[in-house]
Design a protein around this ligand. Structure first.
Ligand SMILES: [Fe+2]
Ligand SMILES: [Fe+2]
Length: 177
């Protein structure tokens, strides 16, 4: 088996860093709505708990970026803005949309992380272990989102498609630049 090349691993870390940071920003946007226009203490608690995991994920990749001297994506400021906007906007639409936002993003990330896990070999054992753990956290978030009312019925299906397409575009860009 050939060893995974360094450039590919760097792309993985760059995009994962951007994604996890984006996740933190989405939850920040949701909490912003929940601290202003929307009153839902239970939803707030759920989101705060998930945000703790995203912060841990993000910190891990931030460390890897520093350790390995990787250039983070140049689009971070844009992703920050779009992440907060998506979180804020989805929560204004209501609990179902807020939770669908988590479910849609996590479905893309589940697939994305699995794809990386399948490419990582023994030379990146620790990274592979971490991503495997994070993927499980994301699957748990997705399950929580569906338990809390995420739905793809009617117009929500369109929202799901928009969020997924946007997430995939952000992933493709952040791997490279
Ligand atoms: Fe995460
Ligand atoms: Fe997550």
């Amino acid at each position: 088996m050939t060893k995974i090349n360094k450039k590919r691993v760097e792309e993985f870390i760059r995009v994962d860093h951007a994604g996890e940071r984006g996740a933190v920003k989405i939850y920040e946007g949701q909490l912003l709505a929940l601290n202003t226009f929307v009153k839902d203490e239970n939803l707030k608690k759920t989101i705060e708990e998930m945000k703790v995991h995203e912060k841990q994920h993000c910190e891990f990749f931030e460390n890897e970026i520093k350790k390995r001297n990787i250039q983070p994506t140049k689009f971070l400021p844009l992703w920050d803005l779009l992440g907060v906007g998506l979180g804020f906007g989805s929560t204004l639409l209501g609990k179902k949309a807020a939770m669908l936002c988590t479910a849609s993003v996590e479905e893309v990330i589940d697939e994305h992380y699995l794809n990386q896990i399948n490419q990582l070999d023994k030379s990146e054992k620790d990274l592979k272990k971490k991503i495997t753990k994070f993927r499980q956290d994301e699957i748990d978030h997705k399950d929580i989102a569906y338990d809390e009312g995420a739905t793809k019925k009617g117009a929500y299906l369109l929202l799901d498609k928009i969020i997924k397409t946007g997430s995939r575009i952000a992933i493709n860009i952040s791997e490279k630049i």
